[in-house]
Each structure stands twice: as C-alpha cells, then as structure tokens.
Design a binder for this molecule. Structure first.
Ligand SMILES: NC(=O)c1ccc[n+]([C@@H]2O[C@H](COP(=O)([O-])OP(=O)(O)OC[C@H]3O[C@@H](n4cnc5c(N)ncnc54)[C@H](OP(=O)(O)O)[C@@H]3O)[C@@H](O)[C@H]2O)c1
Length: 255
C-alpha cells in the first residue's frame, strides 16, 4: 500500500505543494479545505471539504484513512485548525509538519501600527471617523462593530455574512491577485486614509501593502497568532524535502 499524506490547505503554498505531490506516483495524497469558499481554486489532488469535527474528528480521520504524514499548510491565522492538527497528530502518532510562509517585515516608508488582535485593531483606528480599507477577511469583521464611526471598504471573494452590521461599509466582490497599480487605484478611488491588514506574508496579497506605502497610508497590522510548537518550514521545497525524508524521492520507475 502507498503511504498516505493529508494536506490541510486553504493557501497558495498548499496548492503549490499539492501540484508537486500530484506528480509523485509513490504516494497517495489528499487536500483538505474548510469549505468556506463555494468555488475554490482548482486543486491537483483529490479534495475533501469541510471541518473534521474538532480534534476527535481529525484524529478519527487520520486513523480511518491510515494517514502516514500530515502537513498543516493552513493560513498563519487559522489557529484553531493548527491547534487541532497538533493535538490529533500527537494522539495518533502521525508525523506532522507545518508549512507557514514568513511574515512581512516593514520596510522604509511603511507606517505600521501593531495590533495584537482584531479588537485592538478596531480601537487603534481612533475615535475620529476615518475611511478605512478593512483587509482582514470575513471572520474578523465582527470586531469592527465596536467602531461604527468609520467608513469601511471591505473586499471579499463571496458575499459577506449579513449578520455583521457595519453602518458605513461598502463591499467589493473581487478575487485576487491584485497588482500594486490596481490596489493604488482602489485606495485613491475610495479616498482611503487607513488600512487594517493581517500579516499574511507571501506575494499574493502584498500589493495592497506596497500601495499603502506609496500613498503614505498607515496600516494597522494585526499580529499573527503564536504558532504551535511543532516542526515548521516556510517554503514548499522544504516541505517536499521533509516528505522525501519520510517516504523517499519519486524515481523514474515510480517506486
Ligand atoms: N484565517 C485567515 O485569515 C485565512 C486566510 C486565507 C485562507 N484561510 C483558510 O481558510 C480556512 C479557514 O480559516 P479559519 O481562519 O476559519 O480557520 P480556523 O479558525 O483555524 O478553523 C476553524 C475550523 O474550520 C475547519 N477547518 C479549517 N481549515 C480546514 C481545512 N483546511 N480542512 C478542513 N477543515 C478545516 C476546522 O473545523 P473542525 O474543527 O470541524 O475540523 C477548524 O476547527 C483555512 O483552511 C485557512 O487555511 C484562512
């Protein structure tokens, strides 16, 4: 029987890793997505979708599917899934690796205001009404209900949950990636004065950070949650090397 790999995805790196592993004839691999996006980007591995049902559910999945290696390639802010992966891997003695891209680092011209979480970010926008580009993702919007005085520009791939009520919000339904010129144009068109962002890292969403720098717009940067205490790499190549070490490299004969 071929060794079995489960990738917890939802990121560009997970997709890139899957693209490489799909060409390996000597392993079986599956991509797991949370199922939040109705039309996810195409995947090169067999896909399962939706939560596992907490640590117990994931541990059961790892056992039932005889998973030999688990790669947590979820987003750096997907802290619940990462904690569950750590606990379930430990319980089932499944080798686990976290693949997490490096955080962005401020460069000359950036004006970042550090926030420890979304609630702090909402406070740091201040009491005076501002025009804010809220680039935080759907889950974090509720924190900004406490600061209704601001205008918020909110961009998402799919319609935002109607239960979050921000009285002065405008919604853009768009799927990235966006280049710096397009981000600059968006910030100018909506007369944005401040931005709130997660420190996602990577290239895919960096254009808005560069555009804010070019326009002198301050960014309230929400800190990453602390990573779990497990083996962690920050590139797809390093994750592939870890798998090579466990299962050997694919050969021309596919064994
Ligand atoms: N948070 C972000 O800023 C962000 C940005 C871009 C992409 N994403 C991606 O979106 C997904 C959800 O993010 P989140 O912040 O809501 O995560 P989260 O709070 O850590 O996870 C919440 C629950 O969603 C389920 N889940 C999350 N990722 C899953 C996966 N890859 N496969 C199966 N179930 C998964 C799990 O449910 P059960 O407990 O039932 O197993 C988990 O407990 C993640 O896969 C992440 O990679 C997140």
């Amino acid at each position: 029987m071929k060794p079995s790999i489960l990738i917890l995805g939802g990121t560009t790196e997970a997709r890139e890793l899957a693209g490489q592993i799909a060409a390996w004839p000597h392993v079986d691999a599956t991509m797991s997505l949370a199922g939040r996006t109705r039309t996810p980007a195409a995947q090169s591995l067999p896909l399962r979708s939706g939560g596992f049902g907490g640590v117990d559910g994931l541990a059961g999945y790892l056992r039932d599917h005889r998973v030999n290696a688990l790669i947590d390639a979820t987003h750096p802010y997907a802290a619940n899934m990462s904690a569950h992966a750590t606990a379930a891997a430990q319980r089932t003695a499944t080798p686990l690796l976290m693949l997490s891209r490096p955080a962005w680092v401020a460069v000359e011209g950036d004006h970042w205001i550090d926030a420890c979480d979304s609630n702090a970010a909402a406070e740091l926008l201040g009491s005076q009404p501002r025009r804010v580009f809220l680039a935080v993702g759907r889950q974090q919007l509720a924190a900004f209900v406490r600061a209704p005085q601001h205008f918020y520009l909110i961009r998402s791939i799919e319609q935002v949950d109607a239960t979050v009520s921000l009285p002065r919000a405008q919604y853009l339904l768009e799927r990235g990636p966006f280049d710096v010129q397009a981000e600059r144009a968006t910030l100018i068109e909506h007369a944005i004065e401040m931005m709130v962002s997660k420190n996602s890292g990577g290239d895919a969403t960096y254009a808005k950070i560069a555009a804010a720098r070019a326009l002198g717009i301050p960014i309230v940067m929400i800190a990453r949650p602390p990573p779990p205490a497990i083996a962690c790499v920050d590139t797809v190549d390093a994750a592939l090397a870890w798998l090579h070490h466990l299962f050997g490299a694919p050969t021309a004969r596919g064994v």
